[in-house]
Design a protein around this ligand. Structure first.
Ligand SMILES: Cc1ncc(COP(=O)(O)O)c(C/N=C2\CONC2=O)c1O
Length: 408
């Protein structure tokens, strides 16, 4: 029913994806040049999708446009809460009280605020690594120390080092655990037994926990997401973050759900946060949750095929690469450490040598050397060209390195 093969021109839309890469990836300005024109790059970096936002979302926005007044707005209508709460109940068998729901323009700004509200100045923020860098930035911005617990890489499948995590959680100065569920960039969907172990550690050490579940709708067809709130139904010091932004490719509409159980923290949020929202974003999100399921299921099937294709392509063309299909997200986490030195700037290599924009291991805090992260949420034809260029560039380099070794 939906055409995910369609290539949509995103130029001149002020998109980070097309216009923000020099600054975000390379900390450079527009003067940075490459042997490719901007429009010649295959863009596999920032986590938004090359697919049209669902028609039902666009129709929801159009319907609100026809009301023609866009004054100060926040979520008052019960129908909005019911749309999102019903979505959570239907898909995850979990929901929450309406009064626990607050809105944020994004999960990143929510993390920045919550670290400040939760952690005292000499307290620390704990998270699993490799990690989405903004977990560290949220601590840095608030001058709180970060404590990292490295995941264990068992031949491409990542597991939690519970002994290490418990040891770090036991530090009285570590008061907040930012938990990525599902996990970016490894793509893990944490299973019930893992979540129960996490829950016991959190409870034993009375940690505050922010469960960032932004990727929870984008899981492989054979996977099931379990909200941490379902594992810890009575734990008050839990904040759950979810959003339609990743699921329905509407991150630019800047609307996220922050579910705060603890009343005192919620009060701080409501007193200090700017509690107004964009009326078009509210309409878009409500339409997505009420009518977006068919689109989402077709998207998930398309993404599963892109992952299958990627695994097959890498096996055939880059035999020393290690890659396991992500259980969640549309992000492929590929181990190229057999081809590169530990300190190689992989983003720079692939931008110059392949015309592919991607995020390299050094962008995920630690425990990520030699890895690249590929955004597979694009038409298959684009994915195939990106993989072709990546494999050609790596194999050419490998041959150059081998011939250099033979000469020396
Ligand atoms: C775990 C996680 N939390 C929060 C966010 C951002 O939430 P927002 O502020 O947009 O509501 C992202 C987006 N991840 C991105 C965005 O680009 N590259 C990534 O890895 C994410 O992966």
């Amino acid at each position: 029913m939906y055409n995910f093969d369609e290539i949509i021109d995103r130029r001149h839309t002020n998109a980070m994806n097309t216009d923000g890469f020099r600054n975000y990836i390379f900390h450079a300005d527009e003067t940075m040049t490459f042997p490719y024109k901007d429009e010649e790059f295959i863009r596999m970096w920032v986590a938004d999708m090359e697919f049209a936002t669902p028609d039902v979302v666009i129709d929801g926005i159009k319907e609100r446009l026809e009301k023609r007044i866009f004054g100060y707005t926040r979520v008052f209508e019960n129908s909005y809460y019911e749309a999102f709460a019903n979505w959570c109940m239907k898909r995850y068998g979990w929901t929450f009280d309406k009064n626990q729901l607050v809105m944020s323009n994004g999960i990143i700004p929510a993390l920045y605020e919550l670290v400040d509200y939760i952690c005292k100045e000499d307290e620390k923020v704990l998270f699993l690594t490799p990690s989405y860098a903004y977990f560290k930035y949220a601590a840095d911005f608030n001058h709180r120390k970060s404590v990292c617990s490295n995941l264990i890489n068992e031949d491409g499948y990542y597991t939690i080092d519970f002994e290490d995590l418990e040891r770090k959680a036991a530090d009285d100065k570590t008061t907040l655990f930012i938990f990525c569920n599902p996990h970016n960039p490894t793509g893990r969907v944490w299973k019930e037994d893992e979540l129960k172990k996490i829950g016991r550690i959190i409870k034993r050490h009375q940690l505050w926990v922010i469960s960032d579940e932004i990727h929870c709708d984008l899981i492989r067809l054979n996977q099931t997401h379990i909200p941490l709130g379902k594992i810890m139904p009575d734990y008050k010091k839990l904040v759950t973050c979810m959003a339609p932004s990743k699921t329905f490719n509407m991150a630019g509409l800047m609307l996220s759900h922050i579910i705060i159980r603890e009343e005192s923290l919620r009060e701080i949020w409501l007193n200090r946060h700017y509690n107004f929202d964009n009326p078009l974003s509210i309409a878009a999100a409500q339409a997505a949750y009420e009518k977006g399921e068919i689109w989402l299921e077709e998207l998930r099937a398309y993404l599963d095929e892109n992952f299958r294709f990627t695994q097959e392509y890498l096996l055939q063309n880059l035999p020393k690469a290690k890659f396991k299909v992500s259980e969640a997200t549309y992000l492929a986490w590929v181990d190229l450490s057999s081809y590169f030195e530990k300190d190689e700037n992989l983003s720079l290599f692939f931008a110059y040598r392949a015309g592919v924009l991607l995020e390299g291991g050094d962008m995920f805090v630690q425990n990520s050397d030699g890895f690249i992260r590929l955004n597979l949420a694009c038409p298959k034809s684009v994915l195939e060209e990106g993989l072709r260029r990546i494999c050609e560039a790596v194999n050419t380099k490998h041959n150059e390195d081998t011939s250099d070794q033979n000469i020396n």
